[in-house]
Every structure is written in structure tokens, then in C-alpha cells.
Design a protein around this ligand. Structure first.
Ligand SMILES: [Zn+2]
Length: 395
């Protein structure tokens, strides 16, 4: 409740100041009443009676430009605290005020739409935002971009992807700040939405629509890994393994995070087209370029399952003896080495694993504070984080 008080105190002072400034007796009375009302409202807030406080504030007859903004913020604070009903009451009350100008009402409408959204009343939120967007007298100070962004959030929730595309296009068109970043981010989102539509069409068996939607996604963002994955999935389900391998490989080159998700299909596609060796060699090159542990581990899984090569052995020997790898990579490397028929014999393999474990342990703190969990390399009498004495033990 304290934040509400901070918000309302300046208004109370403002009301008092206005009362003291005016010299006409009738106006003085009115302003005095306004000031008293605020004190009364604040008293209710202090005694944790927000509904009574709301009654006082909302029955206040005199709202001008300054106080209207404070009321808007008061409603927002209620919404942020999860008290959406109160937020709705404040913003609805503002809109019904004849003393507010068109711009203030439009601002209050926008906030009302946000309240409806927070309350999960998406239909009502949508109609409020649409009404604002179609209002030919919409003030320049009410951001069209923000209205479109709010609509986009609604359509994402309702999964109305075509409408989401229109909303993001409207957002991008009307956004004046950082327009290049906004445009490129918008294009990425549009590609996602077209992929969602293509996915839907695919599930409904409307194959004639799919190509068109994928083309639109590509036009919007040709590096979309979502698109490449979807193209790969389509080829894979049509048993076009050559095509699938091409798309999946492209997606992984763009973003190695997809490796674990696509591994099964990737492996199957490579196996069906007798391209496991090419896949391994691609992964090897990719690892040398990016040093990504998921690429290294995938390569070792494939090498163990199918067969290794002198190149892979050399890579393992170099990585285990010179890099600080994580435990999973060391495990994968040892797993491969056990079965290797190439240059790595048992003793050499064991020595490499020993070196890799040594590097790994070098970076692991040996001690830990039992009081706060802080980890450290050396034993200390007193924990540097929580300052507890004699709390350090082996990690
Ligand atoms: Zn501690």
C-alpha cells in the first residue's frame, strides 16, 4: 500500500495548494473539499481499506489534467499488484468523466484494455484496442505502436496467427524508435507466425497451402531456423531423406542449440542416404569453427555408434589433453575411446581421460560453506560471503 501513498501524496499537496491559491470563496470551499477527500482517501489506504479509499477517490468530482494522470497510475498500480477489479474501476471511472479531454479518455481506454487483458477477458481487451485503433481522432500522443503490440499479445494467446501478423506489421510501421531493430525483430516474429500457420495447415492436411505459407515465412526472414526445421520435417515425413538432411543440416549450422532436438531425424536421414560419414565430417568442421560442446558430444555419439576416423581420434586427443571440458564431454570421449579401433589404444585413451579429468578438477572449488553454500578453492577460517566462522567443509 505504501507505493499508493507515495503516488497520492503529491496530489493531496496539489489539491491543498490549489485551495490556498484561489481567492474566490465558492471555489475555496470546493478545493478545500477536494483536499479533505484526498486526506480521507489516504487514511483509508493507510488502514488497508482500499475499497473505501477507492470510493472516496472515485466520487471525487474534480479531476483535471494533473489528477487524471495520477488516477491512471493509481489504476496501473492496482493492476500490477494483481488487483485487476480495482484497476478496472479506476480506469472505467476516468473514461466516464465529462471533464476529461479526448486524449485523456483515449489514454484511459488503453489502460482499460490492459486491465481486461490482465483479467483474462481477451475479447473485451481486443474490442477496446480495436476501437482505439479505428478512432480517426486518436491523439498523436497515444501510441498506435503500443496498441498494436497489445493486440499482438492477445492474438498470440488466442493463436490467431494471421491477425498476429497484421498486428506486428502495424506495430513495426508505427514504431518510431530504433526502427531498424524493431523491423528486423518484427520480421523474425512474422516468420514464426507463418510457420505456425504452415504447421496448422499441415495438420489439417491442407498441403496446397503449406508451400505458400513457407514461402511467406522465408520472405520475411530467410535465416529462420524454425522454417528450416519445418521444411526438414515435411521432407522427413515424405521420406525424402536427402531433402530432410539438407534442411536439418542448414538449421544446425545456423543454430547448434537445435542439435539435441533434431538428432534422431538427422541421424535417420543421414543413415537412409548413406551420408553418416559426411554428417560426421560436417560436425567435425563445425566443432573446429565454433567449439560448441553439443557438436563435440554429438560427433562422439555418432563416431561410437558407426565408426570413428583418424581425424576424430586426433581431435579427441587434442581436446582431452589441452581443453577444460565438461563431465559429459569427457564421458562421451571415454565412451568412444573404449571402442575405438583407430589410433587410440587403451593406455593412450586412459591417459587422455586422466588429463581431461585433471583439468576439470582444477577448475572445481574444493571447499564449500555449509552455512550459505558459497564455494571456494582454499580452506578459510571464515566464510567471505556470509562471514560465518568455522563453516567451511569439503565441497
Ligand atoms: Zn557462508
Amino acid at each position: 500500500m505504501v507505493e499508493l501513498l507515495y503516488l497520492l501524496l503529491p496530489v493531496a499537496f496539489y489539491a491543498g495548494w490549489r485551495a490556498s491559491r484561489k481567492s474566490l470563496s465558492q471555489s475555496q470551499k470546493q478545493q478545500r473539499k477536494l483536499s479533505d477527500n484526498f486526506v480521507k482517501g489516504i487514511n483509508f489506504l493507510l488502514s488497508e481499506e482500499p475499497d473505501k479509499a477507492l470510493e472516496v477517490f472515485l466520487n471525487n468530482q474534480d479531476i483535471d489534467e494533473y489528477t487524471a494522470e495520477t488516477y491512471q497510475l493509481l489504476g496501473n498500480l492496482f493492476r500490477d499488484r494483481g488487483e485487476v477489479d480495482r484497476a478496472l474501476r479506476v480506469h472505467q471511472n476516468l473514461i466516464s468523466r465529462p471533464s476529461l479531454n479526448a486524449e485523456q479518455k483515449q489514454k484511459a481506454m488503453f489502460l482499460l484494455g490492459k486491465d481486461f487483458f490482465s483479467a483474462g477477458m481477451l475479447d473485451r481487451a481486443e474490442s477496446v484496442f480495436r476501437e482505439l485503433l479505428n478512432d480517426s481522432s486518436l491523439s498523436r500522443r497515444v501510441s498506435k505502436a503500443l496498441i498494436c503490440a497489445a493486440l499482438r499479445t492477445i492474438y498470440e494467446q488466442t493463436q490467431e496467427w494471421q491477425k498476429a501478423i497484421e498486428a506486428i506489421e502495424c506495430y513495426s510501421k508505427n514504431n518510431t524508435e530504433n526502427s531498424n531493430t524493431v523491423k528486423s525483430e518484427s520480421k523474425k516474429l512474422i516468420a514464426h507466425y507463418y510457420c505456425e500457420l504452415a504447421d496448422e495447415a499441415l495438420h489439417q492436411g491442407k498441403l496446397n497451402k503449406v508451400d505458400d505459407l513457407l514461402l511467406k515465412a522465408k520472405k520475411s526472414f530467410k535465416h529462420s531456423t524454425r522454417l528450416m526445421t519445418l521444411e526438414g520435417d515435411i521432407a522427413y515425413h515424405q521420406k525424402n531423406y536427402k531433402g530432410a538432411l539438407k534442411y536439418y543440416s542448414k538449421a544446425i549450422k545456423e543454430d547448434t542449440r537445435l542439435l539435441s532436438m533434431l538428432f534422431t531425424q538427422l541421424e535417420e536421414s543421414a543413415k537412409s542416404t548413406a551420408n553418416i560419414d559426411i554428417l560426421k565430417s560436417d560436425l567435425l568442421k563445425m566443432y573446429q569453427k565454433k567449439k560448441d560442446k553439443s557438436v563435440f558430444e554429438t560427433l562422439l555419439i555418432l563416431a561410437k555408434k558407426y565408426n570413428g576416423s583418424a581425424d576424430i581420434d586426433a581431435l579427441i586427443a587434442a581436446e582431452l589433453s589441452t581443453q577444460r571440458l565438461n563431465i559429459e564431454s569427457i564421458y562421451r570421449a571415454s565412451d568412444y575411446t573404449i571402442n575405438s579401433v583407430n589410433t587410440l589404444d587403451d593406455k593412450h585413451g586412459l591417459l587422455l581421460v586422466n588429463q581431461a579429468l585433471g583439468s576439470y578438477l582444477n577448475g572445481v572449488p574444493a571447499f564449500r560453506c555449509e552455512h550459505c553454500g558459497y564455494k571456494m578453492h582454499d580452506y578459510l577460517w571464515r566464510c567471505p560471503a556470509c562471514h560465518e566462522w568455522d563453516s567451511i567443509d569439503h565441497a
